[in-house]
Design a protein around this ligand. Structure first.
Ligand SMILES: NC(=[NH2+])NCCC[C@H](N)C(=O)O
Length: 349
């Protein structure tokens, strides 16, 4: 299993994954034009010298190198909201009180804003059913952090993840039904698909202009504010272990949580080391180690069983080959599982 940048030849495999992802995985639409633009944007960013984050998207795939099949996707957007406004709802508090009457009422309000403008977004995490569990989901998600660590000038200090919000098996979102639908006059799948094409202009045009009092929404909608899609729960728990926290921002369409972290606080980055590759069979107690070759266009990231306790990392020659490196080259490596926790399966984010 190898992480590498997406290429044009992956288009068909990626569309197959997109078709199986269903509604709500906004940035992986089943649309050939959007996906192929994203691949080109990514290829271009990887071959340019970039000194500060812009609207680049780095699009990665997880390839099963045995049959050259792409089984997962993930991406990094350098900075959101620079070409187009990036919207979130902030859950803020307003207190109305009348001490004379003995009435005290804290209200939650949904306030529309662009507070995450300029932040780096991790997105588009999807792993084919049948490959979930084990190390794949962790490699897909966390390889982005090793990439961030080696190319900091391309990204912001603040990293966010919009988690896919709650919707049922039929793609029905109670939050959308109660709120967005009244203003957009379309169902959730359609709104999510339009957003997936990459433009947020219709959000500025159609979203309600005033804050929304949460108390005035029906119970079914209130209940899913800040809740994730069932397939996304493992991805959220992984990000929380990396240090991401929820600061009361939610998605404007489905109420899913947006989580954030300062780049250098990300555990995978903080615990990673630059080490020299040695070809061989590791001895003693080995653990899954995530290893990045630290490159751009030729970026590769893998997991190999080894031990990370010095300046050198012993892995088989075949693993060195899949990184496109030679013995003696340096890599960035980290134990894949924080604090040796048991793996959970990761599906979508
Ligand atoms: N429906 C949502 N809350 N979508 C937000 C984005 C979900 C996911 N992070 C993605 O990249 O597509």
């Amino acid at each position: 299993m190898v992480i590498r940048p997406a290429q044009n030849i992956d288009l068909e495999d990626i569309l197959e994954l997109a078709a199986s992802a269903g509604t709500g995985l906004t940035t992986l639409p089943n649309n050939p034009e959007t996906i192929s633009n994203r691949i080109s944007n990514s290829q271009q960013a990887l071959s340019q010298e970039i000194k500060q984050p812009g609207s680049e998207c780095y699009f990665f795939v997880l390839e099963d190198s045995e049959d050259n099949k792409v089984i997962g996707t993930s991406a990094l957007v350098s900075a959101v909201g620079l070409d187009d406004a990036f919207f979130s709802y902030k859950l803020s508090t307003q207190v109305t009180a009348s001490p004379d009457l003995g009435i005290y009422n804290p209200h939650q309000m949904l306030v529309l804003g662009n507070d995450y403008t300029g932040a780096t977004e991790i997105a588009t995490l999807f792993l084919a059913e049948g490959h979930r569990g084990g190390t794949n989901g962790h490699l897909l998600s966390k390889s982005r952090f090793l990439f961030l660590a080696d190319h900091p000038e391309r990204f912001s200090e603040k990293i966010i993840a919009e988690m896919r919000g709650y919707s049922d098996d039929n793609g029905f979102s109670p939050f959308w039904e109660a709120l967005g639908k009244k203003f957009f006059k379309m169902d959730f799948a359609k709104a999510d698909a339009v957003r997936g094409l990459g433009s947020n202009t219709f959000i500025s045009e159609l979203m309600p202009k005033h804050p929304i009092y949460v108390d005035m929404l029906p119970e079914e909608a209130r209940a899913v504010i800040g809740r994730v899609h069932a397939d996304t729960a493992p991805a959220l728990s992984l990000l929380k272990k990396e240090g991401f926290t929820h600061q009361n921002y939610v998605d404007v369409f489905d109420g899913g949580p947006t989580v954030e972290v300062q780049r250098n606080a990300i555990r995978t980055i903080a615990n990673s080391h630059i080490v020299e590759l040695v070809a061989g069979e590791p001895t003693g107690n080995t653990l899954p180690i995530m290893i990045s070759n630290r490159k751009l266009k030729d970026y590769r990231c893998i997991v190999a069983q080894s031990r990370l306790d010095g300046d050198q990392l012993v892995i088989p020659q075949s693993s060195i080959d899949s990184l496109g490196l030679n013995a003696g080259d340096t890599v960035r490596a980290v134990e894949l599982f924080n604090k040796r926790r048991t793996p959970v399966s990761t599906k979508t984010q």
